[in-house]
Design a protein around this ligand. Sequence first.
Ligand code: AMP
Length: 193
Amino acid sequence: MLNIILFGPPGSGKGTQALLLKEHFKLLHISTGDIFRNEIKNETAIGKEVKQYLDAGKLVPDELTIRVLGNYADSHSSPEIQGIIFDGFPRTVPQAEALDAFIAEKNSAINVVLSLEVNDEELVKRLINRGLTSGRSDDSNDEVVRHRLKVYYNQTAPLADFYLAQKKFVSIRGVGTIDEIFAHLCDEMNKLD
Ligand code: AMP
């Protein structure tokens, strides 16, 4: 079983690349952002609880996020998948610790954290552009976009040290064509056993 974390700020291309990696390496793609947006669309109890956080560009509390992730992973595992690609999770140190425990329970481990590196100016441009077509309210508002980047640097970026200490953190240039970036990611994936 491969367990891959796709890491990087909002707008770094995690969603796009996760879909390509999922197809190519036959992985289960778990995006906590997609799960939350789906819950909101379906007006579930969880959706009602998390909407305020997504609208404001704030992180959903760890306890709820970890529970939602565990339920999703357990209910979507199948014999055909070769592993999991985590996109947008973990975003805090407690989430990373919970993920380590969750995966260890399955006698497995995180193989690698692939971090897409993109400068802020490019990120804001991409997010605002995406907001014009995606219908995502958190991409359409300049203030919320900037707040999400601030949340990333304050709460999520410190995770780099967590995974550097485990020698699992690999930086990938996240600027270029989708194919170029995908090729770099594949090179790293192909180094795994
Ligand atoms: P994303 O699609 O990954 O950009 O996530 C969109 C929004 O969903 C974030 O701004 C948060 O409000 C929420 N979210 C997604 N993943 C997480 C997570 N791992 N922890 C907390 N909140 C999250």
